[in-house]
Design a protein around this ligand. Structure first.
Ligand code: GLA
Length: 375
């Protein structure tokens, strides 16, 4: 080993993600159709020779934090929890981690619904696995990153974001069965159409508390179905017929939550078929249905997202639009004719500013590979 090997930090990155369709289905053991994008977080890391002292820099924020591997715990909030959470979960798996110094930076918009959290978790998880030769496979890293978010950040998220960030493939969406983690890649080709993201630049405070509430409402729904059908363990198992049969005996809110999940799972499978057959109109129709279901049944949209989706209605050059991610802010995802992209983005930004007094940020993302070393 020469001096360069000792002093050069190891660099790894993990991307944010979009989701074509399948929102709030992952923690119900259902289906999702995400893809990794060209916005990412890169971690630069090296051993520092100490048995347990870790120094971390969030370069974009110019913030620093240090903690000791022997004794650390979540803070009330902050990026530090993602870092310590991943370290903790890898230790729980038996990973022997020693003192390290690292710095991370990236361009995944925070609160944009593109999962900057998973990008941070996965880039660090990947980097630690390489630096300390921990030998974990991708599935172990994905689950560890998800648990970091559960146990240190306090959001009981599903597996979609971490999976997409780790397993993304250039030009492809991933149809993921969140129960078995079976997956299949589907080429994302839209002919004369393209995806356009519009970032509302709002992230309402409700996002994390409502997320966990939705999750428990789904569990409440499962408990009701289980009384008649003991084989049902998640909303994934509920059929439309069972849902209709229980409607009258369920609290109205719980019914709507279940209705979203059951119908959204079907939409993911239909969307995958539409994608494979090049039926872009059909895919767009499903995207709209997904939005209205998230808006009216699942109650996770907000005025800004609804406004942007409304702007797309009755425009023959836009095939579909919907809110993306957990909700209460972040981006809408639009399927739009390439030639009209700029014109629409400009008009939507104008209307959005007039209505909310906030700027809108458009992104045309490209679909890229998941977590990797920077060589
Ligand atoms: C967040 C969570 C995901 C998923 C989406 C909603 O991004 O991290 O697990 O539940 O919301 O589909």
């Amino acid at each position: 080993m020469n001096t360069k090997d000792i002093t050069e930090p190891l660099r790894a990155y993990a991307p944010g993600r979009i989701n074509i369709i399948g929102e709030h289905t992952d923690y119900n053991d259902g289906f999702v159709l995400p893809a990794a994008v060209d916005k990412k977080i890169t971690v630069s890391i090296q051993k520092n020779g100490s048995p347990g002292q870790c120094l971390v820099t969030a370069a974009n924020l110019d913030e620093h934090y240090s903690f000791n591997l022997k004794d650390f715990a979540p803070l009330p909030s902050g990026w530090q929890n993602y870092i310590m959470g991943v370290v903790h979960e890898l230790q729980q798996l038996g990973g022997k981690i020693e003192g390290f110094t690292c710095s991370f930076e990236g361009n995944v918009p925070i609160g944009g619904g593109m999962s900057s959290s998973a990008a941070l978790e996965c880039s660090l998880g990947y980097a630690l696995n390489e630096l300390f030769q921990l030998g974990f496979n991708q599935a172990q890293l994905i689950y560890a990153c998800q648990k970091a978010e559960h146990n240190f950040v306090g959001i009981k998220c599903g597996i979609m974001d971490q999976f997409a960030s780790m397993m993304g493939k250039k030009g492809q969406a991933i149809l993921l069965d969140c129960r078995s983690l079976d997956y299949q890649y589907y080429p994302l080709e839209f002919g004369r159409y393209q995806l356009l993201l519009l970032n509302t630049n709002v992230s309402h405070a409700l996002a994390s508390s409502a997320y966990n509430t939705r999750r428990s409402e789904c569990e409440e729904g499962v408990a009701l179905f289980q009384k008649k059908h003991p084989g049902i363990t998640h909303l994934r198992d509920v059929t439309t017929e069972q849902l209709d049969a229980h409607k009258a005996s369920m609290p109205e809110t719980i019914f709507r939550r279940c209705h979203h999940v059951v119908s959204e799972n079907q939409r993911v499978l239909e969307a995958t078929k539409a994608l494979a057959a090049g039926k872009h109109q059909e895919l767009g129709r499903l995207m709209y249905q997904s939005h209205f279901s998230l808006q009216h049944d699942y109650d996770v949209s907000c005025a800004e997202l609804d406004f942007l989706v409304e702007q797309t209605l009755n425009k023959d050059y836009i095939l579909g639009a919907r809110m993306m991610g957990g909700g209460f802010g972040g981006c809408t995802l639009n399927l739009i004719e390439k030639a009209r992209r700029d014109e629409f983005a400009e008009a939507a930004a104008h209307a959005y500013r007039a209505r909310f007094g906030i700027g809108l940020t458009p992104y045309s993302v490209s679909i890229e590979d998941g977590a990797s070393l920077v060589l």
